[in-house]
Ligand binder design. Sequence first.
Ligand code: ATP
Ligand code: MG
Length: 398
Amino acid sequence: MKEIILCYQGEIVLKGLNKAGFESMLAKILRYRAKFCGNFKVYRAQSTMYVEPLDEFADVDACFERVRKVFGFAALSRAVVCEKNFETICETAEAYLGDKLRTVKTFKVEAKRSDKTFPMKSPELSAQLGGYLLSKHPHLRVNVKNPDFTVMVEIRDFGAYIHGPKVPGAGGLPVGSSGRAMNLLSGGIDSPVAAYRMARRGLALHHIHFASPPYTSERAKMKVQSLAQIVSEYTGNCVLYVVPYTKPQEYIRDNAPDVLFTVLMRRSMMRIASKLAHEIECDALVTGESLAQVASQTLKALQCTDCAQDLPVLRPLIGLDKSEITETARAIGTFETSILPYEDCCTIFTPPHPKTKPTIAEILEAEAGMPGLAELEQQAAEQVERILIKQDEPIDLL
Ligand code: ATP
Ligand code: MG
């Protein structure tokens, strides 16, 4: 029996005159995702996108898993479609969902009629189809409030769609609809989650990573590539910019007060990130910082980091606990990779007692004592490596 995927739009149904733009973005994203699972057709009607397999080789299971990661949908379902005729609807519902109904004790039918030319109203169709299914499964009882299983039938323009309960979609807005930003991606737990959160609000993202060889290894870089790849299943294809950061970092270590090292380094990273972001027309930076998680994430330290450059810094995790961030990392599949024990450049040279309340004045004074830093940052930005990350090319870390 041929199944089709129905994707029900979320927040974008409220977008008024801009809705068409959001919808065509979604259709483009769906077409791209679906094409790796075979021959599918994508079209839309009545705030729903249809992803329809065109031959028997099209892999609906794989496509459904991909579509679950597309931002912009409140819910999804897999349905079979049949002619809009009561008898056919009954037979199709039994053929498609009969096996499931044999495993439950209570059920209900929920009908929805958006094609008003169909002669039965929704309550009548629910009752009649319910009666038919009861006659096939006499062990069943109807429970309207809390059924074990709900049979849904939607009478739409293109036919009658029969399916079980809808499953939640990825939510949010289509990637790209809110603009583009540069995400500072480390190998840790937080920054991939930050990328996921912002992509969910419609931001297209590229990533920037600071590597300090030989203090950080090739494996550490691959781990970051792998995280970017996992996140790309949500964000779409992107570029990972890897900045060779050893020289600026050593220079700060050798020329600035120990206790200010981390904040000075973070300002330096922000300047380089901002330079590259401007070049590729990103309008914000994203980080995985969370208030007071470490010394460089106190309010005073964040204030010092913020004014190092002119782009807005988006910190979607600012009010979350580590346990909440970890929960999302597990759900999106980055956690296991994030905890692989490879070094990050942020954790090398860290002083034992960093200052938790640095002032702008002392930061500027320290930077005045580092006249060679700007040139080293410029060189690091020029030597950046660009790595294309594709959602269909997982990176093998073994
Ligand atoms: P995570 O790196 O995921 O946050 P963490 O808490 O160990 O884990 P922090 O040292 O707290 O990392 O860094 C705060 C933020 O700074 C990160 O979320 C990330 O956005 C950015 N960052 C840290 N190190 C790097 C790096 N090497 N390259 C790019 N961005 C980095
Ligand atoms: Mg962190």
